[in-house]
Write a protein that binds this ligand. Sequence first.
Ligand SMILES: [Zn+2]
Length: 358
Amino acid sequence: MRKFLLPLLIAQALAVNAFAEGREQNNEVYSISEVEDLAPAPTSNATITSYQWTKDVHSSRKASKGTASIISPLMVPHTGPTTIPRTSAINVMSTVNTTPIFWGSSWTNSTFASDKIVGLTVWYNNLHSSPYISAVSEYTTLNHLFIMSKIDTSATNVNSSNSGNVLAEVCKVVGTANLNANGYYPVYTDVARGTANYCAYHSAGTCGGKLVQFAFFFSLDNDPGCDPVSPYAPPAGSAVAQKPGLVAGVSSAYQQSQGLAALANVSAHELMETVTDPAYFPPTGGGYWGGWYDLTGAENGDKCAWTFGPSNTRLSAGTVLIGGFDWKLQGEWSNKAQNGTGGYPTQGGLLKGCVTGS
Ligand SMILES: [Zn+2]
């Protein structure tokens, strides 16, 4: 869901510059003023109602939804304000160059780091050759490329989840001159979620006038609210240990840590949303979401959040084979599946538009 997460950094910039003039602040870090976040999983199916395409419960949006019978569940393309010059009719990404950033002093702690860095590297590096990538094929022909990972062991704090601080971290670690025009920068922190009502979000901004698509992730270790309950990882908070290191293709063993399995699932959510609904910064200033989302504002990941489909690979339901490992990844919304015969139900079970690729 869309949520305002106005960071202190941006508030300071706004104090001296009008919002619409953000693009002109060539030496400034300029963040879009709202993020698109993933709320935690519901604790029971009782919280699901028929009109709730996503579990992102947001009172203002719910109030404006109306009734299910008059709202189309399909996503539609958005072109942003008509007064804004556009280079293409629909704003999607076709080339994505991903550079994960691991931020926080805990990444030097082998117990915390565990298999997360190597695991997410395997995940991103092999995503393009996995079935999951085709979950967005009706919206864009996606060429996803893993570039490299970067580790910044400088300390995080409670403000590290603020979007302007995350953007500033990306620009610091990568360097403004090295920002990739097709870049996507997921930032994995060692900050526990605590009472925050989101697991992760994606957003965008500019550094030195360069567009930056990025995402933020809490540490999801032992966080049942943001856990896909992968059969290949020990349950959150369990005393049962995973097998040492990643163990490929072993259905009877925990082949990945719980924290890694949880990050992979929310990483799928944020990446696929960034691809189909990236933020857009027109030359005239301001920032907009201009891609695919439905009439409630839900993106492809939102509409199938915390749903896991039948296996298109092997072993138990809801897993996707990437890089020789089984990952339990949420589905992504497909208009084609909803209109046709494919796909599995969203939460609530009335729709059939969720897919994990084929
Ligand atoms: Zn989302």
